[in-house]
Ligand binder design. Structure first.
Ligand code: SF4
Length: 327
């Protein structure tokens, strides 16, 4: 029986955090049992924000694959590879970039927000990275793309490009469906957890670091004293309890509203919840060495290149670039 194909990936710009775990990783690794999964580490795409720190990317790549393994990636079931191992992706990016206008790229709300966060002039590669991302996705001709909710505009663009290609050159690409996880807020109460914003609980954090980060979290600003009633919905700590699925959440909410449950106890309970989540993740990470990661990527890169070459040949054929005598 043909398995559905799943394709997704991440930019290796720092350690993976709890927001990644609930936003994308958990869902994607659950799909390994039933689908043919490709997980790509987008190292070329990391250059779009880290061109001046490119020497950091190798360590980030190794760390990211170890985070994948720790969070549930099984190299016996799924393929993990680097974007830079598959030159066919760059060729497909060039071809697909003819199917999207610059104004369409500049309207992308996620890219707009990232440009604002970058706080400097955006490079050509940065503005165009959603096209590169569309090529990465479409190359494997997937049915599903499990990603964080902030990636929705990019998935929409990949779908548009696939549709445009099919209309112009014939049906080649399945139109991929995004599978979206939950958005996780930051420890500073901000709308998005992000390593670069310094508001993340990382999957590799030790218990002392987690405790320190939870202690520093804001609570309901209206609950100044222990016996002031609180409003859980206004409290970032409550958001985390909800996000990680703390049991007896109703009791916490009732206790907060009636001022019978204090913020110190509430944070202690959250620290315990994070420890319970992250401890087994850390244990799984310790089973793999950097050498294991290199072996996994070498194997995965070879498989990804074979799949990519097949798609690229079909694409070239479709657009009339099959004059083999010149190649
Ligand atoms: S008891 Fe918990 S939910 Fe209520 S304000 Fe304090 S930290 Fe927030």
């Amino acid at each position: 029986m043909m398995q559905d194909i799943v394709m997704t990936g991440d930019r290796p710009t720092g350690p993976m955090h709890v927001g990644h775990y609930f936003g994308a990783l958990k869902k994607r690794f659950e799909m390994q049992d039933d689908c043919r999964c490709f997980f790509m580490v987008a190292d070329y795409q990391a250059l779009s924000t880290h061109a001046d720190r490119s020497s950091e990317i190798e360590a980030n790549v190794i760390g990211m694959v170890r985070d994948y393994l720790a969070a549930g990636f099984d190299p016996e079931k799924a393929v993990c590879f680097l974007q830079s191992q598959v030159p066919q992706l760059t060729e497909l990016t060039v071809i697909l970039s003819n199917l999207v206008t610059l104004s369409r790229l500049l309207r992308n709300p996620t890219t707009k927000q990232e440009m604002a966060d970058l706080n400097r002039q955006s490079s050509f590669a940065f503005v165009g990275y959603p096209v590169s991302q569309a090529a990465d996705i479409l190359m494997m001709r997937p049915r599903y793309v499990p990603v964080g909710p902030d990636q929705r505009p990019h998935i929409e663009l990949a779908r548009e490009i696939a549709q445009r290609f099919n209309n112009q050159f014939g049906e080649l690409f399945p139109i991929p469906e995004g599978v979206y996880g939950e958005q996780f807020g930051g420890t500073d109460g901000g709308g998005k957890m992000s390593t670069s914003l310094g508001n993340a609980i990382n999957l590799c954090d030790d218990p002392e670091t987690i405790e320190r980060k939870v202690d520093a979290m804001q609570t309901d600003p209206a609950r100044v004293r222990r016996n002031d009633p609180g409003t859980p919905e206004r409290c970032p700590v409550h958001g985390f309890h909800k996000g990680i699925g703390t049991d007896s959440l109703n009791q916490i909410e009732d206790g907060c509203r009636s001022a019978t449950f204090g913020c110190v106890e509430c944070k202690r309970k959250l620290t315990t919840g994070f420890d319970a989540l992250i401890e087994p993740i850390g244990e799984r990470r310790s089973r793999y060495t950097d050498e294991d990661v290199r072996d996994i990527l070498q194997h995965g890169g070879a498989i990804a290149r074979i799949t990519a070459q097949r798609t690229l040949e079909a694409v070239k054929d479709a657009i009339g670039f099959n004059y083999a005598i010149l190649q």
